[in-house]
Design a protein around this ligand. Structure first.
Ligand SMILES: [Zn+2]
Length: 89
């Protein structure tokens, strides 16, 4: 058995890692909606392949929404905001 904490799942879409609220482990092919509104289809692969297309960057909008939701101050780091809102089907 492999146990996965859904809170630790940070989907990578379009070169950015996002945050989402999952009630459980998504099924492959399941459409996921990120906190920033981006949508993608769940697929799984080994963590070692995470940087195959370059290191993913933090989605600043997901991060800001997550921080607000848990009462955390805004991130002191500035990064370019992701522009892609549509990945997958
Ligand atoms: Zn996002």
């Amino acid at each position: 058995m492999i146990h996965i904490d859904p809170v630790a799942i940070h989907p990578v879409l379009g070169g950015y890692w996002h945050r989402t609220q999952l009630p459980g482990i998504p099924e492959p092919g399941q459409t996921l909606v990120m906190l920033c509104g981006a949508r993608g289809v769940a697929a799984f692969e080994a963590l070692a392949r995470r940087c195959d297309r370059g290191a993913p960057h933090r989605c600043t909008e997901c991060d800001a929404r997550y921080r607000r939701a848990i009462g955390m101050p805004p991130s002191p780091f500035r990064e370019a905001a992701p522009v892609s809102r549509l990945i997958g089907g």
